[in-house]
Design a protein around this ligand. Structure first.
Ligand code: BT5
Length: 276
């Protein structure tokens, strides 16, 4: 890969001049190094940062995945981005909103990747972004609260953009990829970031108006998990194997367990392995 294209830095003025969003990225913090953009955004959110505030870092020293896992975040090659979302629907739709926000954000990220690279990413439930069977990105949504402005959500997105495959640590080298490795040329991170923030704002805004059933129509066609035999490692240490049947109105994954074809089991949280 061409080294100069690969390591071109993100530039605040350039990103800002290309943005076409109303709120997302209008307040943009571009950091060289941070522990985690989600942690930075959480702090800013608690201090009252406004809706759409974005934190980007060239490198994370303690990037976080779900359930306390680590997100590999080397410098100047990828995107590490966190957005503060302060909009929320009325009380009775709040839990639907919180369950769908990560899934809809994954749809937005997949769409941005498609627009910028022509690749056709898919999603592993709940919100892994895949190219082929390899993971090119992931999402971590966290909720916080500030004294004056009330609750907020941080949408954190990590996308592997210009890394070579052999740069990944050996424990997930076979299951990870980058956009550049797939298209075989460097990908402009500025263009990707601008597209990502635009798609995110559109999808998050429309989630405010939509019912769960409408989200299913946007999410399901991209979901590579549906129709597959899967193993789900549940958060309580148990596991379940079966056929991934469908997405429920609340964003849960519905499985037909191997040991009981007669019932559907709803999974709200867990890790999915595609078995076949
Ligand atoms: C995720 O977690 O996929 C969510 C990742 C979110 C990262 C973003 S970066 C910006 C923001 N700031 C943060 O601190 N976090 C967010 P999970 O589903 O738990 O996947 C983690 C697992 O993926 C790890 O245990 C590894 O196996 C694998 N992994 C770690 N780094 C990876 C990478 N760069 N590419 C592909 N796979 C990776």
């Amino acid at each position: 890969m061409n080294a100069s294209a690969k390591f071109q830095s993100l530039n605040l003025a350039t990103v800002t001049s290309l943005l076409r969003t109303k709120a997302f990225g209008r307040r943009l913090h571009l950091l060289d190094t941070t522990s985690s953009t989600n942690s930075e955004a959480m702090t800013l959110g608690q201090e009252g940062a406004e809706h759409g505030t974005v934190v980007i870092a060239e490198q994370q020293t303690a990037g976080r995945g779900r359930l306390g896992r680590h997100w590999f975040s080397p410098g100047s090659a990828n995107l590490y981005c966190s957005v503060i979302v302060r909009r929320a629907p009325t009380e009775h739709r709040l839990s639907e909103w919180l369950s769908w926000l990560p899934l809809v954000s994954a749809v937005a990220a997949a769409r941005a990747i498609q627009v910028v690279t022509n690749l056709l990413p898919s999603l592993k439930w709940p919100n892994d972004i895949l190219v082929g069977h390899r993971k090119v990105g992931g999402l971590l949504c966290e909720t916080g609260k500030s004294a004056a402005q009330g609750p907020f959500v941080v949408i954190g997105i990590g996308l592997n953009v210009n890394m070579d495959r052999d740069e990944f640590p050996s424990d997930f080298r076979d299951s990870a990829t980058s956009l550049a490795a797939e298209v075989r040329h460097p990908v402009d991170r500025t263009v990707l970031l601008v597209s990502l923030l635009g798609e995110l704002e559109t999808h998050v805004d429309s989630l405010l108006q939509r019912q769960g059933s409408e989200c299913i129509n946007a999410y399901s066609p991209l979901c590579a998990t549906l129709g597959r035999h899967v193993r789900v490692n549940l958060t309580d240490g148990q596991h379940l194997e079966g056929l991934a049947d469908s997405i429920a109105a609340d964003g849960s994954l519905q499985i037909i367990p191997n040991d009981s074809a007669a019932r559907l089991v709803r999974i709200r949280a867990g890790d999915v392995l595609h078995l076949g």
